[in-house]
Design a protein around this ligand. Structure first.
Ligand SMILES: Cc1cc2nc3c(=O)[nH]c(=O)nc-3n(C[C@H](O)[C@H](O)[C@H](O)COP(=O)(O)OP(=O)(O)OC[C@H]3O[C@@H](n4cnc5c(N)ncnc54)[C@H](O)[C@@H]3O)c2cc1C
Length: 308
């Protein structure tokens, strides 16, 4: 027989774990499924300085463990398994995993997203040693230094503007001759004396021995290559949400993010989504945690309404 829970949470990052604290404290038997290290992406952060409550900063792995411990002490059951399929049948949802099938009445999707990679030599090797996917998280480490932001959309231009507060110079490397960001952001970036644009160029490799020392770029029109000596490379070329299993179950954006309302409700009653897997997420641990709280409260209310 397939075991049934009132609530199943998919993904154990800051969003899923926070949702679990709320559902478990509401006396709802909750199962959380995660195929990786519980704690999510934040476990990769060496030092987190912008999560409230830790004035000295905290190691990301330690933060993940603490939040998991907090949810577990309220009775959370954690299943280490890959979510392979979600099936909706009326108001019951079946979650198929590499470790068995489970059913629930309310489903909270907190599967997160992965940063779109450049896929060039040096990127993976120098991750956390000058290569970053998060200016808000790592910008402070580049005080007075020269950095680059790769990309031309809203995220890239916002990151570049943010980095001008600490970096000496910010090179924005974009493969086109025009930015895709909103007009207001473009105007601010163009007006900044600290931002320089490297137009019509793609990254060929990230240079460095142990730490980033430069960025090799190639012009898409002439093929000419150049080396920018710098200390940091912020990649902002998009995110890939881990929502493959939700296709056809709830509405997704063309990029695969889950469309949600202000209470984190999806297009299907009983399924809620939170954190980086959803549309308009700001890609910060505390924002995902806040989403998780909202999704859990919405799920609790939904279950109360279902009970006669
Ligand atoms: C190196 C690094 C440093 C960072 N530093 C900071 C920082 O200083 N401050 C800050 O606020 N933010 C930081 N962030 C961003 C922060 O980690 C994310 O915004 C946050 O973790 C997103 O939380 P989430 O719960 O939405 O998703 P995630 O953390 O991505 O969690 C999703 C979870 O779902 C699981 N999962 C995905 N697919 C499946 C599947 N099919 N089956 C089972 N499980 C699955 C994953 O294993 C993961 O545990 C950093 C990120 C990185 C990578």
């Amino acid at each position: 027989m397939v075991e049934k829970y009132p609530v199943i949470i998919l993904g154990g990052g800051p969003a899923g774990l926070t949702a679990a604290i709320y559902t478990c404290r509401s006396q709802l038997k909750t199962l959380l499924v995660d195929h990786g290290l519980v704690g999510g992406q934040i476990t990769l952060a060496d030092r987190v300085e912008n999560f409230p409550g830790f004035p000295q900063g905290i190691n990301g792995m330690e933060l993940g463990e603490l939040v998991h411990q907090q949810a577990s002490q309220f009775g959370l059951e954690t299943l280490p398994a890959e979510v392979t399929e979600v099936v909706a049948s009326g108001d019951v949802f079946t979650v198929r995993t590499s470790n068995g099938d489970f059913r629930c009445s309310a489903l909270i999707v907190a599967l997160g997203a992965d940063h779109q990679k450049l896929g060039v030599p040096g990127e993976e090797e120098l991750l956390g040693r000058g290569v970053s996917y998060c200016a808000n998280c790592d910008g402070a480490f580049f005080q007075g230094k020269e950095v680059a932001v790769v990309g031309g959309g809203n995220s890239a231009v916002s990151d570049a503007l943010f980095l001008t507060k600490m970096a000496k110079k910010v090179h924005v490397v974009h493969r086109r001759h025009q930015l895709r960001a909103e007009a207001i952001l473009q105007e601010q970036a163009m007006a900044s004396p600290r931002i320089e644009f490297v137009w019509d160029s793609v990254v060929e490799r990230v240079e460095g021995d142990g730490v980033v020392s430069g960025l090799r770029t190639r012009r898409v029109d002439t093929g000419e290559t150049s080396l920018l000596p710098l200390s940091g490379v912020f990649v902002a070329v998009g995110s890939v949400p881990a929502t493959r299993t939700l296709k056809g179950v709830v509405d997704l954006t063309p990029q695969g993010h889950i469309v949600t309302g202000h209470m984190m409700e999806t297009s299907r009653p009983g399924i809620f989504a939170c954190g980086e897997a959803r549309q308009h997420a700001v890609r910060q641990a505390i924002a995902s945690a806040g989403d998780g709280c909202t999704a859990a409260i919405a799920a609790i209310r939904y279950l109360q309404e279902q009970t006669p």
